[in-house]
Design a protein around this ligand. Sequence first.
Ligand code: ADP
Length: 264
Amino acid sequence: MAAGAAARREPGPGPGGEKRILCVGLVCLDIISVVEAYPAEDSDIRCVSQRWQRGGNASNSCTVLALLGAPCAFMGSLAPGHAADFVLADLQRYGVDVGHAVPQPAGCLPTSVVIVNASRGTRTILHAHGNLPDVTAHDFELVDFSQYKWIHWEVFISKDVARHFGYQSAPEALQGLHSRIQPGATLICAWAEEGADAMGPSGELVHSDAFPPETLVDTLGAGDTFNAAVIFALSAGRSLQDALTFGCQIAGRKCGIQGFDGIV
Ligand code: ADP
């Protein structure tokens, strides 16, 4: 498979010698059915449209970074088979470097069946994790980190994780988790239509309102879009406030369209 030959190849800097952004995490297949209204259980309805889309947090953030014009690379496990060939080709179509995609000899690509309710913009996700092993410490030893200006691995806290810990808002999550992170770290938490909040290295709180689109169409991947746009801005040296605002602007635009094409 194409990734087999490419894996462990160091891509080198982007055009003009610019260092890349590396996103580590999931790539999966999203099978998306867009419906006018959320279906009742045991009903038989027609979709407005249906599509295959490459998904997964790191993979989606790579899509957005590529659309924003940032050289970026994806690192994560890849299964053998047709679905994996589809997502790999799609990463390459966006110009995302796949030199650190790690092909696994066996296993199934994780797959999500997603119901997007076009009248409300909600996305209901049924995720099958698959049985792929994660990338290993050895895989990381093969990465020349000097080629990257930013490595994204889950620094951001999603509202789902925050809720899991019992927090009801982004500021509450930041205050609550502050003592559990390294001094000097920055915590960022997005919260759908509430926008996003962050706590900077010296404990200062920053907020951006959301930028709701004219019509809410599709919120699948809004968080990944927000993360990518914030990373894009921070890695270009912009302030935390600027980055948060930019993240909400781009994520808001994403919520107004199906998929990601058209966010810039
Ligand atoms: P996810 O659930 O995908 O992790 P969120 O729902 O927290 O992500 O949304 C991430 C960002 O996307 C928010 O900070 C906001 O800027 C934008 N966003 C999400 N939903 C909406 C919405 N309904 N209206 C406006 N912006 C939204």
